[in-house]
Design a protein around this ligand. Structure first.
Ligand code: NDP
Length: 317
């Protein structure tokens, strides 16, 4: 594949159409810079960072790479205005917005020379994001970890439907962690892919070692989408997940679920390594991940497999 003809590579000025997802508590400057230095696009997940932490992260990221990188901004974030100011001040080239209305910030960011990508989980929201003027869309299927759509549309079904509905570049996410998966998603109509779970287990990820090892030990069927009444989230099963299931069985309402969730569970599980009480956000592809690798090697391995399988496919017919 000639990457230079790829719409996403052109838009972001990167070598490979391979993007690392912005993930709270897991993707700081070390991971983002490593992925960008390897030719993909690294993303700092700002949802778990206080404003001064984000600023520090941006300064370090710019010191660690001269390649483009991005920031993911969940629009539910309480101090979003401050994050926006910091992003503009530090001339971040690309912002991925998620969990909110893309109309709110797209224009302001673009007026400041920033490319805006919005994350959606349905055709309806993909159309809305295109109307809001974003530069590209991430369509994320049911397989994905962390916050997810309510409709349970899988990546395999979502990508062709979104592709048919929009004209702007499309990035597939959810269930992609190998070169084969990347090729499959691009055959379905995506211009590029976004990979989260695989990079959670990279050397440079800020996820706690306990969480990384628990992911490696997990198998098919070990993650579930839950808490649809609040914000749907895919979690690795653990004691906290079992507590939630018991609450559902005894008819817990939204308030009760919210009380059980409490505050800071994601930090506890993913960053502090509490595998019992913490929230462990990861995608279905976790069952396929077998070792911790440097992020740059993950990029190289995925691109190598992508090209190898693409070559093999030439002999299919
Ligand atoms: P909680 O409300 O349970 O906890 C907030 C956490 O964020 C705390 O651990 C806190 O750190 C930290 N934090 C960082 N900045 C702030 C701030 N300005 N005000 C308050 N807390 C802050 O939320 P979650 O941990 O579940 O999620 C945090 C953010 O990440 C939200 O914006 C959410 O939308 C986003 N998110 C995105 C996901 C995705 O898949 N895209 C998945 C889950 C969450 P401390 O404990 O050190 O005070």
């Amino acid at each position: 594949m000639s990457e230079s003809h790829n719409r996403i590579c052109q838009l972001f000025n990167i070598q490979y159409p391979l993007i690392q997802a912005g993930m709270i508590w897991c993707s700081g400057w070390e991971l983002a810079a490593a992925v960008s230095n390897a030719g993909g696009l690294g993303i700092i997940g700002s949802g778990s960072m206080y404003p001064e932490i984000l600023e520090e992260q941006l300064i370090k990221c710019k010191q660690a790479t001269n390649k483009p990188f991005a920031v993911n901004l969940p629009m539910l974030y309480p101090d979003i205005d401050k994050h926006i100011q910091t992003i503009i001040k530090h001339k971040v080239p690309i912002v991925f917005t998620s969990a909110g209305n893309p109309k709110t910030w797209t224009k302001l960011l673009q007026e400041n020379g920033i490319k805006v990508v919005h994350v959606v989980s349905s055709v309806k929201f993909a159309r809305k994001a295109e109307e809001a003027g974003v530069d590209a869309i991430v369509a994320e299927g049911f397989e994905a970890g962390g916050h997810n759509g309510r409709d349970e549309t899988t990546t395999f079904c979502l990508i062709p439907m979104v592709k048919a509905a929009i004209k702007i570049p499309l990035i597939a996410a959810g269930g992609i962690g190998t070169g084969r998966g990347m090729l499959a998603a691009m055959n379905l109509g995506a211009d590029a892919v976004q990979v989260g779970s695989r990079f959670v287990t990279s050397t440079e990820s800020s996820a706690h070692e306990n969480f990384k090892q628990y992911i490696l030990a997990s198998e098919e069927g070990d993650t579930m989408l839950t808490l649809k009444e609040l914000t749907p989230v895919r979690l690795l099963k653990n004691e906290f997940y079992t507590q939630l299931q018991s609450a559902y069985q005894s008819g817990a309402d939204k308030d009760k679920l919210s009380e059980i969730l409490g505050r800071g569970r994601a930090k506890k599980g993913m960053f502090e390594g509490d595998l019992v009480e913490g929230e462990l956000e990861i995608g279905q592809i976790a069952g396929l991940i077998e070792k911790i690798m440097p992020a740059g090697e993950i990029v190289q391995e995925m691109m190598g497999e992508f090209h190898q399988v693409l070559n093999e496919q030439k002999n299919y017919l």
